[in-house]
Design a binder for this molecule. Structure first.
Ligand code: AGP
Length: 612
């Protein structure tokens, strides 16, 4: 989950690299560093702390036309100056930045120490620099030495390497950790993702696993693992710099929540089939040509964190609409549990970043066992978007805040579109299908209504509960995943302990937690199970528990049994999650702001978990 930026070209490398590191900080931010080649020597500046601190330690006379930089999310070795990247070899003639994990680094480190190499850090990464040094002799070119070094390594990497011996090139290699090349005019860029370079170029080359790139200011050569030169397509980004700036919002998270009506509409666009009362999903047609959709015996949804929560809603939709047994698996569990999967299993992989290591591994596991895999992904060209058999992009634009918000809404929508698509081929009637479509199209307006009405009220509520140390989130049916997601939002950005629970489970244990200091967020619109939720509310009230009720009808609540009520518009029972999650996202946001937390870059976390 680190961020890598490299620059070679006509302008000053330091400016482009530091600017790019700022834009990648959401990938990891406990330390940062940069190496440039100056006066035929490699010069490195690095320290623990944020990129803004790095800028302060770089002296003014830093002109260079080549360099590499890095923002770190610590895996091996504490966030200390000595462990910050870049790392160099003994001679100081090589400098590298790395994103990933080297699994056999200890064995290699011991061997290199025996051969006389001196190590300065506790990281796994540093062994790569010394291995390259070992092979970088005589006429061997940098890219050859890098290849020879990597042949000894077991692990994952996105890697960028420079040397003072060949200051006209950056060598970049990808194996499981994402790397792109930004193609400029007499300048080229390397980065973990396109947000770092979109200010300079929208022309992007996505490196595939085991590809090695030799990047000069006016030439890019890419080789596959057999050392054969490959011609890669230059893609053109469909979004620009305005998508990765705050545009006046105090945090990316608030901006991205505020975009949810539009991002939902972007996900829906082009997928409505008015004639059939269904949805157009090209990926589903390609995956299940003709009537082969009826061959599906089982559906497994895989994802992590917030994506896993959206998967729970997908399970509800798919079982209800298709009557196909559906289960949701944590990707990190699925991959190690020898799952029962075969050619009649339909696997749906959900990932905003498209780079989550556990989800990538789970997809590979499912494919090896014969399953058809469909991806729901946001980042175009990401690893998962290329790993799955078919899929759909949710097109919500870059999501920079570490806490996923607009992507969750659109992932849930995408799962509904798949459920309706299959359901209409099974037992969902045209009439029902058309009713769902009409309400899907109404949703952006209702999402905007909730956004407009909730900001002030959730800010006040956050103030009222700002001293709380714990929170319980409860919901039944489709509201239970919302309870889980609301709890995750609170804990990951405000560091307040919060648990999501099925409301019916309260009396089987968690009720023991309830007292006047342990408030409960209850997600319970006026649907078929509302009466059940009402009795849970009474149980909590009887123990002096404070209750914040999120519902759609105020008149159903007996007076004085809840402490606060949040009202959302009416909609179809399946669609309440689209509206319920917004106040919970805002509540977590405002509470984190009140507590002075770093909302967009919460401690210990990173946006894209590219390590296991
Ligand atoms: C969500 O707020 C978290 N940042 C995290 O749980 C995230 O959802 C998870 O890491 C999965 O990421 P992905 O969707 O990019 O695969």
């Amino acid at each position: 989950m680190c961020g890598i930026v490299g620059y070679i070209g006509k302008n000053n490398a330091v400016d482009a690299i530091v600017d790019g590191l700022h834009r990648l900080e959401y990938r990891g931010y406990d330390s940062a560093g940069i190496s440039i080649v100056k006066d035929k020597k490699i010069v490195t500046y690095k320290d623990k702390g944020r990129v803004v601190h790095l800028s302060e330690i770089i002296p003014d006379n830093n002109e260079s036309n080549i360099g590499i930089g890095h923002t770190r999310w610590a895996t091996h070795g504490k966030p200390l100056k000595k462990n910050a990247h870049p790392h160099s070899d003994c001679s100081g003639k090589i400098s590298i930045v790395h994103n990933g994990i080297i699994e056999n680094y200890l064995k290699l480190k011991k061997k290199l120490i025996k051969e006389g190499h001196k190590f300065r850090s506790d990281t796994d990464t540093e062994i790569i620099a010394h291995l390259i040094e070992k092979f970088y002799v005589d006429e061997i070119k940098l890219e050859q030495a890098v290849k020879m070094a990597l042949d000894k390594i077991v692990g994952t990497y996105g890697l960028a390497v420079i040397s003072s011996r060949e200051p006209e090139k950056i060598v970049a290699v990808r194996n499981s950790s994402p790397l792109i090349i930004g193609v400029g005019d007499n300048e080229n860029f390397i980065a973990s993702d396109a947000t770092a370079v979109v200010k300079y170029t929208k022309k992007i080359i996505y490196l595939e696993d085991e590809e090695i790139a030799v990047v000069k200011s006016d030439e890019i050569k890419i080789y596959n693992k057999k050392n054969i030169k490959v011609n890669k397509k230059i893609m053109s980004l469909k979004w620009g710099e305005e998508h990765i700036s705050k545009n006046g919002f105090s945090h990316f998270m608030l901006k991205e929540i505020s975009e949810e009506a539009r991002s939902y509409a972007n996900t829906l666009a082009g997928h409505i089939d008015y004639e059939e009362g269904s949805t157009h999903l090209g990926g589903m047609v390609n995956l299940f040509p003709g009537n082969s959709i009826h061959s599906i015996k089982r559906i497994i949804i895989i994802g992590c964190g917030t994506s896993w929560h959206s998967g729970l809603l997908g399970e509800y939709y798919l079982e209800r609409f298709t009557e196909i047994p559906t289960e949701v698996e944590y990707a990190s569990e699925f991959r190690y549990r020898s799952p029962v999967v075969d050619q009649d299993t339909f696997v749906i992989a959900i990932s905003q970043s498209g780079e989550t290591a556990d989800t990538i591994a789970a997809i590979k596991e499912a494919k090896e066992r014969g399953a058809k895999v469909f991806g729901i992904v946001n980042v175009v060209g990401s690893t998962i978007s290329r790993e799955v058999d078919q899929g759909l992009y949710i097109h919500v634009g870059p999501e920079i805040g570490v806490a996923s918000t607009k992507a969750f809404l659109s992932q849930t929508l995408a799962l509904f579109l798949i459920a309706l698509n299959i359901g209409r081929k099974k037992h969902i009637s045209l009439k029902a299908g058309l009713e769902y479509i009409r309400e899907l199209e109404e949703m952006p307006k209702k999402i905007q209504m909730v956004l407009d009405s909730s900001k002030k009220s959730m800010k006040n509520l956050a103030m009222e509960y700002s001293k709380s140390k714990n929170f319980l989130y409860l919901g039944r049916g489709v509201h239970f995943p919302i309870a889980l997601e609301g709890a995750l939002k609170l804990k990951e950005i405000s560091y307040i302990h919060a648990e999501g629970y099925p409301a019916g489970e309260m009396k089987h244990g968690p009720l023991a937690l309830i007292d006047g200091k342990f408030p409960t967020f209850f997600v319970a619109p006026n649907d078929s199970i509302f009466e059940k939720s009402l009795s849970n509310i009474q149980e909590i009230k009887a123990r002096n528990g404070k209750i914040i009720l999120l519902t759609n009808k105020e008149n159903r609540i007996p007076k004085n049994i809840v402490d606060s009520i949040i009202i959302i518009p009416e909609t179809l029972p399946e669609f309440y999650p689209f509206l319920e999650i917004i106040p919970l996202q805002l509540f977590a946001y405002y509470l984190a702001v009140i507590k002075g937390c770093d909302v967009d870059k919460p401690r210990n976390l990173a946006k894209s978990v590219t390590v296991e």
